[in-house]
Write a protein that binds this ligand. Structure first.
Ligand code: FUB
Ligand code: ZN
Length: 654
C-alpha cells in the first residue's frame, strides 16, 4: 500500500488543526529559542570555527537541531512563514559550514576529539545523530523540493556507505535511527547503496560475539572521554571567568523500583537494552530501551516494504502482539522501567514507575504506520490513533511550549511540564509528528482507498480516476464523522473504513442515507494486560461505483468504558481505567480538591460526559461521584499537568 505525500492532504479538524497551528506558530519557535539558549546551535558554530566557547549538552545534542529542522520542514508544507524559513536557511547554511569535507558531522568529536570517529558506537550516538541529519535532509527535500540540506545529508550518507559497507556486527549503532533514515533517503533518491547499508546495519544487529565485553570496553572508553571533556570544561571556565555557560534544566522525577539499576545492568550486558541480543528475525518481544526498540521495528518494517523480504514480517508481528498483550500501558505508553527508559517483564506495568517516554510512543506510531501499510490490518492504525490521542499528546502542553518527557500514569508529585530538558529529544519529535498528521489518514492500493484515521481533512486521492475527498470528524468529543466524495467522473473503487476498536460492534454507517450492514468485529482470545485491545478494530469495505456528492456518514459509540487490567498485572484489582472514544481519562487533583485520588472509590454508574467549554480549551469531562458521595471529575489524560503541579491517576478504584 502507498501513503500519500504530505502535500496531498490538508488538515481541517476542530481538534487537531488548532494543535497543528500552535505547533507551527509557537512551539517550533519556542524550541528554536531553547536550542539557542542551551548552546545546541552554538555547538555547530564552534565546530565550524566561527565561535569560541564550550560545547554544551550530551554527545547526542546535535540530533536536536536536526530534528528541529525536520519538524520545521514538515511545518512549512501547510504553514510556511518567512520567519521560519529564515531560521531554517540560517541553520542549514550553518550545518553546511560545520560539516567536514568528507561528510562527517558530529560536534562532540569535532570539538573535543578532532581526528577520532566511530569509537564507541554502542554509546556515543554518532550514527544516531547522522541518522537525524539524514532525516532532516529528506524531510526538507520532500517539503520544499530544495536540495541544499539534502546535499548535506547525502554527503554524510555517502561517508557512511564508504566507512560501514561490509563492516562487522560490532560496528552497528547502540541507538537505532540511522537505519530508518537511510531507508527514507533511499526512497527519496532511489540510490541503492543507501538501501544496502540500511539492510546491512539491520542484518548485522544482534550478532556481536561477547557483546557484554565489547560494551564494557566502550563504557570505559566513553567514561574516560567524558572525564576529559569535563577537564577541558573546568580549564576553560578557569581561563575565562567572565564566560557564562548555559545551564541545562534538570530532568523530571521518575520513580524507580528497587533493583532497577541491576536490571539495567543485566539488560545492557546481554545486549537487550540496545536490541543487540539476537538477530532481527529472532527479536519477537519488546525489550530494552523503548525508543530504540520503536526505531528498530520501524526500520525493519520499512526494509520489508523497500525490499519485499517477507521473512522479516513474522518477528515484527509477534513483537507487536507481545507488546499489545503484555507490555503496553493502557495509554499506549511504552516502558515500565525508568532506569532503562524501557520495557519490563510481561505484565509488569506499575502506573507510577511508568517511564512511557513521549518519543517511545512516537516511535511506536511510526512503526504502526509501516505495519498498516504492509499488512493492511486495521489493528495497527487503531493503536496509532490511541497513541496519538493519549501517549503522544500528553507530551506537549496546551500552549505548545511545555513538555513532558516521562509520562507516568500516576503522579503523587514531582512530575510537571517543563519548558525544556537536558535531554530534549521529545519536543521536536512531537512537532514533526504534529506537522505530519495528514499523512496517517489515507493509504491507496491500486483502486482501493483506506481511511485509517478519523481526522478532518480534504485530499486528492491518486486513483485511476482522481478523487477529491473531504472528511469531517467530531472526534474525540463526539462520535460523528462524514466522508464526502467527488471523483472527477463516476468511478468504481473500494473504500475501506476503519471501525475503531473502542466502537467495534457499536458503530453505524450510512451511504447516502442508507444503512450499511457491518461485519462482526474480530474477537481476540486472550485479554490484554492493559485492558485496551486494538485487535478488535476492523475495516468496513464499500466497493461500488462512486459519484460526486456521495456521502458516507458514520456514528461511533462514545459510551464511557471502564477498562480492567489483566489479573496478572499487580496492584490493579478493583481498579479501572476510564475511557471514552479514543481518549483515556484521569483524575487530576486540580479538578478534585479534597479528594484522595488514590483511595477514593468511584461510583462508575454515576459518571456522565459533560461539555466543559471553559476548561483546558474546551473539553468533555466525566462527572460523577465517589461511593461516599463526593463529586468527582475526570479529564483526558493527555491534558493533565496543564495547570501547575498536581497529583494524577489513570487507574481509579471502583
Ligand atoms: O539517547 C537519545 C534519546 O534521548 C533517546 O531516544 C531518549 O530516550 C533519550 O535518552
Ligand atoms: Zn524523547
Amino acid at each position: 500500500m502507498d501513503e500519500l505525500l504530505p502535500t496531498q492532504v490538508t488538515l481541517q479538524d476542530p481538534f487537531w488543526s488548532p494543535r497543528a497551528a500552535v505547533n507551527a506558530t509557537h512551539a517550533i519557535f519556542h524550541q528554536w529559542e531553547q536550542l539557542e539558549a542551551s548552546g545546541c546551535i552554538a555547538n555547530f558554530r564552534i565546530a565550524a570555527g566561527e565561535a569560541a566557547g564550550l560545547r554544551e549538552g550530551w554527545f547526542f545534542a546535535d540530533s536536536d537541531a536536526y530534528k528541529w529542522l525536520d519538524a520545521a520542514s514538515r511545518i512549512t508544507v501547510a504553514q510556511p512563514t518567512p520567519r521560519l524559513a529564515a531560521l531554517m536557511d540560517d541553520c542549514i547554511a550553518l550545518l553546511g559550514r560545520s560539516q567536514m569535507a568528507d561528510g562527517y558531522l558530529f560536534t562532540y568529536n569535532q570539538i573535543h576529539f578532532p581526528g577520532t570517529r566511530w569509537t564507541n558506537l554502542q554509546i556515543e550516538h554518532e550514527l544516531y545523530c547522522h541518522g537525524h541529519l539524514i532525516e532532516a535532509g529528506v524531510s526538507h527535500f520532500e517539503a520544499t523540493g530544495r536540495t541544499d540540506l539534502l546535499a548535506v545529508a547525502r554527503r554524510a550518507a555517502d561517508l557512511l556507505v564508504a566507512d560501514f559497507a561490509g563492516a562487522g556486527p560490532e560496528r552497528t549503532p547502540g541507538h537505532e535511527e540511522i537505519e530508518l533514515a537511510l531507508l527514507r533517503l533511499y526512497r527519496a533518491t532511489g540510490y541503492a547503496p543507501y538501501l544496502d547499508l540500511a539492510r546491512h546495519f539491520l542484518e548485522q544487529r544482534g550478532r556481536t560475539a561477547r557483546f557484554g565485553l565489547a560494551l564494557l570496553r566502550q563504557t570505559r572508553s566513553s567514561g574516560r572521554r567524558r572525564k576529559f571533556v569535563e577537564e577541558q570544561r573546568t580549564a576553560y571556565l578557569a581561563a575565562h571567568p567572565q564566560y557564562n555557560p548555559s545551564k541545562l534544566p534538570p530532568g523530571n522525577f521518575a520513580k524507580r523500583p528497587r533493583g532497577a539499576h541491576l536490571r539495567w545492568l543485566a539488560s545492557a550486558l546481554t545486549g537487550k537494552y540496545f536490541q543487540q541480543h539476537a538477530p532481527i528475525r529472532q527479536q519477537t518481544a519488546p525489550v530494552g530501551h523503548s525508543v530504540r526498540f520503536g526505531y528498530l521495528q520501524t526500520a525493519v518494517a520499512m526494509l520489508h516494504r523497500a525490499s519485499g523480504d517477507a521473512s522479516l514480517l513474522p518477528a515484527l508481528a509477534q513483537a507487536w502482539e507481545r507488546l499489545v498483550t503484555r507490555r503496553m500501558y493502557v495509554t499506549g505508553g511504552l516502558g515500565a522501567q525508568p532506569a532503562l527508559e524501557g520495557f519490563s517483564r510481561d505484565y509488569e506495568l506499575d502506573p507510577e514507575y511508568a517511564y512511557a517516554e513521549t518519543c517511545a510512543a512516537l516511535a511506536c506510531i511510526f512503526w504502526n504506520w509501516q505495519m498498516a501499510l504492509i499488512t493492511g490490518e486495521a489493528r495497527y492504525s487503531d493503536l496509532l490513533e490511541w497513541q496519538l490521542y493519549n501517549a503522544a499528546a500528553v507530551g506537549i502542553g496546551l500552549g505548545g511550549d511545555t513538555y513532558l518527557y516521562n509520562n507516568p500514569l500516576a503522579c503523587r508529585g514531582g512530575v510537571t511540564r517543563q519548558a525544556w530538558y537536558a535531554v530534549p529529544c521529545c519536543p521536536s519529535n512531537l512537532s514533526r509528528t504534529w506537522a505530519d498528521l495528514g499523512k496517517y489518514v489515507y493509504s491507496v492500493d491500486g483502486d482501493d482507498v483506506y481511511i485509517h484515521q478519523w481526522i478532518g481533512n480534504r485530499a486528492r486521492l491518486p486513483l485511476g480516476v482522481p478523487v477529491d475527498v473531504e472528511i469531517a470528524s467530531g472526534l474525540p468529543w463526539s462520535g460523528e464523522a462524514a466522508v464526502r466524495l467527488a471523483p472527477e467522473r463516476p468511478a468504481e473503487f473500494g473504500l475501506h473504513l476503519r471501525v475503531p476498536s473502542w466502537s467495534a460492534g457499536r458503530a453505524s454507517i450510512r451511504v447516502n442515507g442508507q444503512p450499511v450492514l457491518l461485519p462482526a468485529p474480530p474477537q481476540p482470545r486472550d485479554q490484554t494486560a492493559s485492558g485496551f485491545d486494538p485487535r478488535t478494530a476492523h475495516w468496513v469495505t464499500l466497493r461500488r461505483r462512486w459519484a460526486a456528492g456521495d456521502l458516507i456518514e458514520l456514528d461511533f459509540d462514545l459510551t464511557v468504558t471502564a477498562r480492567h487490567a489483566h489479573p496478572r498485572v499487580r496492584g490493579h484489582t478493583d481498579k479501572v481505567a476510564l475511557t471514552r472514544g479514543p481518549l483515556v481519562y484521569c483524575l487530576e487533583s486540580s479538578d478534585n480538591p479534597g479528594l484522595d485520588l488514590f483511595t477514593a472509590r468511584i461510583a462508575l454508574e454515576s459518571l456522565r460526559p459533560e461539555i466543559a467549554p471553559d476548561l483546558l480549551g474546551g473539553i468533555v469531562v466525566l462527572r460523577g461521584q465517589t461511593r461516599a458521595g463526593q463529586p468527582v471529575t475526570a479529564i483526558p489524560y493527555a491534558l493533565w499537568g496543564n495547570r501547575g503541579a498536581s497529583q494524577m491517576t489513570v487507574w481509579v478504584n471502583s
